[in-house]
Design a protein around this ligand. Structure first.
Ligand code: ATR
Length: 281
């Protein structure tokens, strides 16, 4: 469906600090072409100490919404007037919609994007599987609710600082079979290991027991880079059935945000292929 050109072009941005290298403008522009929605989408670097002021300026100027990334996701959650179910418990938001009445609606599409990539793109079964989630920061908290909604047999959160993993698991205790601890408390084998630590950014690898990956198990890094991360190499060395980076999660969370704003979920595979082939930046 194409939108008449006389209709107001909706304005969006991805806000972070730093933000220059974000792929979100390319992704949303490609979605716009695929769906016939007219929009503009830019990167915007908010001052570290004035995220709220930046949002207020956008609202006053009549913008329609924004994506939010590091380090503002918690603040984005705080300034919202209404939150989606997933955003509520995530304590962080990556998608804001500015409503005509001045109120702000917040969603968190990181977890739904991750689950979509795992199930639809990588064809991984999550129900009744054992999942090991590495890390206990904002990135991991943001994906817990959608992951638990898939009803895995067990979800263990392992973190360098064990108490944070235990506390996070306690927060989500009512939602599914979840527990947490240090890397030294990892026991048994897992069908899927997801790395949500910032270790990949530093080229480091969380200390994993050699035998924690089930035969043909999958290793998924929520990060992506031009080269495989240390965790992805670990997966290859430990004969994982599948090793993936977080590029698919990036595209799928963007598609869910697009759906929140425009009421249509774009097809994602051509965009994902374009990013992987370097045709899109
Ligand atoms: P994010 O919002 O990206 O999750 P964060 O909230 O600062 O960022 O969390 C970073 C996560 O990566 C934490 O789980 C952190 O472990 P600690 O809680 O012990 O700090 C983890 N992390 C960072 N560097 C790491 C490393 N080199 N090895 C293992 N874990 C690491």
């Amino acid at each position: 469906m194409s939108v008449p050109s006389s209709e107001k072009i909706k304005r969006f941005a991805v806000i972070g600090n730093p933000i220059a290298h974000s792929k979100s403008p390319s992704i949303h522009s490609a979605f716009a072409q695929l769906t016939g929605v007219q929009l503009s989408y830019e990167t915007l670097e908010a001052p570290i100490d004035d995220f709220k002021g930046t949002i207020e300026q956008l609202q006053e100027a009549g913008w329609d919404g924004c994506n939010v990334t590091v380090p503002f996701k918690e603040q984005a959650w705080q300034i919202a007037d209404e939150r989606s179910l997933f955003a509520q418990r995530a304590g962080a938001a990556n998608t804001l919609m500015f409503r005509d009445d001045g109120s702000i609606y917040a969603d968190n599409t990181d977890g739904s994007g991750l689950v979509r990539d795992l199930k639809h793109n990588l064809l991984l079964e999550l129900k009744n599987k054992r999942i090991l989630l590495l890390g206990a920061g904002g990135a991991v908290r943001g994906v817990l609710e959608p992951l638990l909604a898939e009803k895995p047999a067990a979800l263990f959160i392992a973190n360098r600082t064990a108490v944070k993993a235990v506390a996070l698991a306690e927060d989500f205790a009512g939602v599914g079979v979840i527990s947490g601890g240090g890397f030294d408390s990892i026991e048994g084998q897992f069908d899927l290991i997801i790395n949500g630590t910032a270790a990949s950014l530093q080229g480091e690898l969380p200390p994993l027991p050699d035998d924690c990956l089930a035969e043909k198990g999958a290793c998924y890094d929520m990060m992506y880079a031009t080269k495989p991360t240390a965790f992805m190499l670990w997966g290859q060395q430990h004969r994982a059935g599948l090793v993936a980076d977080g590029m698919g999660m990036l595209v799928e969370q963007a598609a869910d945000a697009f759906d929140v704003w425009h009421g249509v979920r774009p097809e994602t595979l051509t965009v994902l292929a374009g990013l992987r082939e370097g045709v899109m930046s």
